[in-house]
Design a protein around this ligand. Structure first.
Ligand code: URA
Length: 439
């Protein structure tokens, strides 16, 4: 088989056979096919797409480019959640302990921040001692002991995606629905789960900015999962403004701890509870969503979900005292409170720009090898729909470099679009898509 011919066929809009796709993915994962040919193939797919059969084969080939976790010896329902990424996106930290406290298994493999979005692993690593890189034996031990585990992808899990994703990132081929969907689903299906809840975001801080593209991606994800025999649902959720109030690594863990202790009820609490409830429903713990929401509330009010978080943090080497004594997190050297320039209502927030300013401050990375600063970030005091008076607190900046804090001051204030007429905050969940919506 000639790689050149496969690329040419896809470029000309032909359908690739299963053998051709297997040959291509295995060849790329093993290093036999060079990056320049893989980049050309990614671009051909970007323009010509993959049909349903090709997409299934492509996803299967990605899954089998490495090890597939076999959790068959752990009896019971295994469920995970995947988010397409955003700013202040911390539901994993909240919902995983809730769902594990309810008795389902949560073998969660997460990623690091890239682009303007944050990553769960970076947030967890702000807890002193917390280990995210676990061997597969340790992964199982923590899962067995706590009912959940929060870890990074191992070397052997979907190696084809690790290479292809890095290549797409630098060849302008990320924003392709078949490539995104196969990338996400190959990693999730290699985890050995039974059910998956997808948080597919749309809006100014999301990958897919318009609802239509987010819906198309959600349908493709649900269709791949259900054709592979998994239970999958997707929620389309609003990412037009940062989720919750805290943006930055330790700051987001702190907000998660407050929510897990029932002290804060905001958009990110509501989204996390809803996603957790969908996971409980998939696992058959309740008959309907209302019952699942009640169960989530009980697990928060009783303290069971927060205790579960403390338990898993301890099991993964973290200092659990940090979760109640926030002074134990790495501390920023300086704090600056920025005020609103005008009276009015917050109409919009330049969400992606806030993510990028966070990176500028050190909270995220622009390339995979960059370090992240666990202490820096923002607390937003106003969100869309809130009234504001000139001089009111708008946002607090936690920084380690005073020059950088000065540099981002005005751009950060400019992220808040204030107008003189009232506006209503958007609903956090727009719709739910299940298998019946894609078949
Ligand atoms: N997340 C992934 O894991 N893969 C993509 O291609 C895009 C987002």
């Amino acid at each position: 088989m000639q790689v050149f011919e496969l690329i040419r066929n896809k470029r000309d809009g032909h359908i690739l056979s299963a053998e051709e796709i297997d040959f291509f993915i295995q060849g790329y994962a093993s290093g036999d096919i060079p990056d320049y040919q893989a980049a050309a193939m990614a671009m051909a797919i970007f323009f010509k797409g993959l049909n349903d059969e090709e997409l299934m084969t492509w996803t299967q080939a990605m899954i089998h480019s490495g090890d597939v976790m076999d959790l068959g010896d752990i009896e019971g329902y295994k469920v995970d959640k995947h988010s397409t990424g955003g700013v202040g996106d911390k539901p994993s930290l909240i919902l995983a302990p809730i769902v594990a406290a309810a008795g389902l298994w949560v073998p969660m493999i997460s990623g690091r921040g890239l682009g303007h979005t944050g990553g769960t692993l970076d947030k967890l690593e702000s807890i002193p001692g917390f280990q995210v890189q676990l061997s597969s034996e340790r992964f199982r031990e923590v899962l067995r002991g706590c009912g959940m585990v929060l870890a990074g992808q191992t070397e052997d899990l979907v190696p084809a995606d690790r290479k292809l994703y890095a290549l797409r990132d630098v060849t302008a081929t990320v924003a392709s629905i078949p490539l995104i969907a196969s990338s996400i689903m190959s990693k999730k299906l290699a985890e050995g789960i039974d059910g998956l809840v997808l948080d597919v975001k749309f809006g100014r801080g999301a990958f897919m900015q318009d609802v239509e593209s987010a819906r198309a991606l959600a349908k493709t994800l649900v269709s791949i999962g259900s054709r592979m025999g998994k239970q999958v649902v997707a929620l389309l959720t609003d990412m037009n403004q940062p989720l919750g109030t805290h943006v930055g690594n330790s700051l987001e863990v702190i907000e998660a701890c407050e929510i897990l202790q029932g002290r804060v009820d905001n958009d990110v609490a509501q989204l996390s509870f809803r996603l957790a409830a969908e996971m409980l429903l998939l696992g058959g713990l309740t008959e309907d969503l209302d019952g699942a929401m009640l169960l989530v509330d009980e697990l928060i009010q009783s303290g069971a979900a927060f205790r579960k978080f403390q338990e898993v943090v301890t099991a993964q080497g973290g200092d659990p005292r940090t979760l109640e004594d926030y002074g134990r997190f790495p501390q920023a050297k300086g704090v600056a409170v920025l005020s609103a320039p005008d009276d009015g209502w917050v109409h919009g927030i330049a969400c992606q720009a806030i993510g990028r300013l966070g990176i500028r401050l050190g909270a995220g990375r622009t390339k995979v090898s960059d370090p992240v600063d666990p202490a820096v970030g923002f607390i937003l005091h106003r969100k869309i729909g809130d009234e504001v008076k000139a001089g009111d607190r708008l946002v607090t900046v936690y920084y380690n470099d005073a020059d950088l804090a000065d540099e981002i001051r005005q751009p950060l204030i400019d992220c808040f679009e204030i107008s003189d007429s009232p506006v209503t905050a958007p609903p956090i969940v727009l719709e739910k898509l299940g298998v019946e919506d894609v078949s």
